[in-house]
Design a protein around this ligand. Structure first.
Ligand code: NAD
Ligand code: DAU
Length: 350
């Protein structure tokens, strides 16, 4: 009976990982630890909350003593660590929260695992979930490989790079059994509407301007969130000790093209005349230090562990839009209160 601690399980990607593990592995006990920041939402897990192998712990990974106590109480034998501050624009406005959650929080978990496992690493694993943003920015060609030198540009990506280095340092110094994956941009149900795709869907729904940074020419490599969760499952069970795996969608899009595609699909679904939503596109001041292009080479993961994305983007984006239109009360709930203040502060000055 494995006891797995999943941190950040109430967030976007974490909730899909928790669902997959709770449903696919009834013999594992899954502990979802989450602080429930603005991005954490237990409504994301309604369908699994009553399962006997699911447990929720409300806690802050920045509290090191609490992490040690939880490891002592529950004797976790694996960690899948997703909890983080995850939005680049917020990191530009308020870097310190990112340093605390992403760096200090990760070290607290590493220390708690190391202390609890006491050098007996049989059946133990610390899996750190990271991002392709640690590699910096590509020009118009080329890919990020696992060997690409780190070159982060935002406080968010620098804090994730720092946490990756610390996870590797605990492997090299203390033999802590770790594995890391670095994934490209995720999209899909339950993503908080501060990120590009759900923000655009929400604004089209409300007939509000669609803010596109700079000229909209930055390129991201988009992966459906359930495919990321599938990759995490494979790497958790089969990944090599101390290894790093890149995860990506082989699916590069310029921001402006994604926004236009979402406009076109939503006009159809909402019964609006073709071209209605495109008129809402508004070019705004660019993000500071905006990385031009991300593109992942995921050959290692495909060749060594047999993972490939299962969903084509055209299908994934339609499924995503359908989910948001069918779950408008979820959107209404998360965009009330503090979201409105955040939105005004972020976009008023652009
Ligand atoms: P998210 O912001 O949707 O969710 C983060 C979760 O972590 C929330 O539930 C939040 O409450 C929790 N959390 C934050 N600070 C915490 C703390 N101090 N203690 C406990 N819980 C805390 O993020 P996401 O998009 O689901 O990303 C999850 C992870 O995947 C992050 O580590 C992120 O860096 C990484 N990642 C994200 C993407 C992406 O495209 N979203 C791509 C690659 C990697
Ligand atoms: O690459 C993985 C990363 O992807 C993750 O590590 C991050 O947690 C996740 O937030 C995401 O980072 P990005 O900065 O790429 O995602 P975001 O959705 O914020 O922006 C995507 C692109 O769209 C980026 O080029 C900025 C642009 N953008 C974003 C917003 C919010 C706009 O043009 N307008 C907007 O309003």
């Amino acid at each position: 009976m494995k006891k797995i601690l999943i941190t950040g399980g109430a967030g976007f990607i974490g909730s899909h990982v928790v669902r997959l593990f709770v449903n696919n592995y009834p013999n594992y006990q899954i502990y979802n630890l989450d602080k429930l920041t603005y991005a954490g939402n237990l409504a994301n897990l309604k369908d699994v909350e009553d399962k006997p192998n699911y447990h929720f712990i409300k806690a802050d990974i920045v509290d090191g003593e609490q992490m040690q106590a939880l490891f002592e109480d529950h004797q976790f034998d694996s960690v899948i660590h997703l909890a983080a501050e995850s939005h680049v624009d917020r990191s530009i406005a308020n870097p310190m929260e990112f340093i605390m959650a992403n760096i200090v929080g990760t070290v607290n978990l590493l220390n708690a695992a190391r202390h609890q496992w006491q050098g007996d690493f049989e059946g133990k694993r610390f899996y750190h979930i990271s991002t392709d943003e640690v590699y910096g920015s590509l020009g118009h060609t080329g890919f990020f490989y696992e060997t690409t030198p780190y070159d982060p540009h935002s406080p968010y990506s620098a804090s994730k790079a720092s946490s990756d280095h610390l996870v590797r340092a605990y492997h090299d110094t203390y033999n802590l059994p770790i594995v890391i994956s670095n994934c490209s941009n995720n999209y899909g149900p339950n993503q908080f509407p501060e990120k590009l795709i759900p923000l655009i869907i929400n604004n089209i729904r409300n007939e509000k301007p669609l803010p596109v940074y700079g000229k909209g020419l930055n390129v991201r490599d988009w992966l459906y969130v359930v495919d990321h969760a599938r990759a995490i499952d494979v790497i958790f069970h089969q990944g090599g000790d101390g290894e790093t795996y890149n995860i990506g969608g082989h699916n590069e899009w310029k921001n402006i093209d994604i926004v236009k595609l979402v406009c076109e699909i939503m006009d159809g679904k909402l019964g609006r005349a073709d071209g209605t939503s495109e008129k809402l596109i508004t070019f705004v001041k660019d993000r500071a230090g905006h990385d031009l292009r991300y593109a992942i080479d995921a050959t290692k993961l495909q060749n060594e562990l047999g993972w490939m994305p299962s969903l084509q983007f055209e299908e994934g984006i339609r499924k995503t839009i359908d989910w948001y239109l069918e779950n408008q009360s979820w959107l209404d709930e998360v965009t009330s209160g503090n979201y409105l203040k955040y939105y005004e502060e972020q976009y008023q000055k652009r």
